[in-house]
Ligand binder design. Structure first.
Ligand code: BDR
Ligand code: CA
Length: 345
């Protein structure tokens, strides 16, 4: 049986890997893709997404542009994924041509609304980007929440962050949006940094892909070779005792992270994950803004005991319960990724 899926992306090197996976996997029925500014500008995200669908040999499906910026923060495209958001691959002849597909004229929120209304059964939304489009949808059309089976999102962390010491990029980029989505009542499944950073494809496998006669495999191989500037395995200047050495020389040449594609592995093979259900809040203020506070305590804390005597604490809304992924069988997902890419034309 195939799972109907709507993808929300900010393509993005690893979003591109996820799109290849979604097109290739026989148990995913990709209904449409909505785009949001995040890893790069909205125009780049849309163009990158269309290009990847071409290379994947995907059937026609609607791709719409959505939010140009977070709900409150100014636009702030990241440069971690290269100037084009696709690891600068679009400057190479093989990947330079613009897509033959055209962007759906509807705004992402309208496309999501229409596809949810058209679907005969509730749809899984896989969110691989800042959740601005989804927050706008759920604020504008709260009546559609029951038509969403669940939101499986790449974002957050139960431990360290990447955008800040405690905040993961997608949640940090638009914390209010993530909070609105979590509080919407739609069941949420968090594929956070705790697992995101673990799944890698070995370099010889990426080399084989990059040398493949199939364009989809070549793209996957090249993307796996792109080293994001915020890669957790990179040596930071602060850790470098030879401070005179430019940090770029310290970055190992290969990492092979499948990144956002892991969230789609979680959709089709949840058995490879350790998942726990915990209350999760998004911190909206101060230095920890954008942190997902995952309450993993085993017993009631002093805060609950004294809430009645401290009206401010008592006034906080109850955090929602979220399925949080804490560990992954990394070899199993790397293999699943490679097996799925092998199915593409
Ligand atoms: C997330 O941010 C982006 O860099 C990636 O595409 C991923 O969705 C990781 O924090
Ligand atoms: Ca992403």
């Amino acid at each position: 049986m195939r799972t109907p899926v709507l993808l929300d992306v900010d393509t993005g090197v690893d979003d591109a890997l996820a799109i290849l996976f979604a097109v290739g996997h026989p148990r995913i029925e990709l209904l449409g893709i909505t785009c949001v500014a995040g890893n790069t500008s909205l125009d780049n995200v849309v163009e990158n997404t269309l290009r990847v669908l071409d290379i994947a040999g995907a059937p026609d499906l609607p791709v719409a542009g959505g939010a140009l910026r977070p709900l409150i923060e100014p636009p702030r495209p990241s440069h971690v994924h290269g100037a084009d958001g696709l690891g600068d691959l679009t400057s190479e002849a093989e990947f330079a041509s613009r897509s033959r597909r055209s962007r759906d004229e509807r705004h992402a929120v309208d496309l999501l609304r229409d596809l949810l209304l058209d679907a005969p059964e509730p749809v899984t939304v896989v969110a691989l980007a800042p959740q601005t489009n989804l927050a706008l949808l759920l604020r504008q059309h709260p009546e559609l929440a029951p038509r969403i089976e669940r939101i499986l999102f790449m974002g957050g962390s139960a431990s360290v962050g990447n955008a800040t010491p405690v905040a993961e990029f997608n949640v940090w980029h638009d914390p209010e949006a993530a909070a609105i989505v979590l509080d919407s009542g739609v069941p949420a499944f968090m594929y956070g940094l705790d697992v995101f950073n673990q799944v890698t494809v070995a370099e010889p496998d990426a080399d084989d892909l990059a040398a493949s006669p199939r364009a989809s495999a070549r793209l996957a191989g090249r993307l796996l070779h792109f080293r994001m500037a915020d890669d957790p395995d990179a040596v930071s200047p602060a850790q470098d005792s030879a401070a005179a050495t430019p940090a770029s020389q310290d970055i190992a040449p290969y990492s092979g992270h499948i990144g956002d594609a892991g969230a789609l592995c979680a959709l089709v093979d949840p058995g490879a994950l350790r998942v726990e259900r915990h209350p999760v809040r998004v911190e909206l203020a101060g230095f920890a803004r954008g942190q997902t506070i995952v309450d993993r305590r085993q017993r009631t804390g002093e805060d609950a005991v004294h809430a009645a005597a401290h009206p401010r604490a008592g006034a906080l809304p109850q955090p929602v319960e979220v399925d949080v992924t804490l560990d992954v069988d990394r070899e199993r997902y790397a293999r699943l990724f490679l097996d799925t890419i092998a199915l593409l034309p």
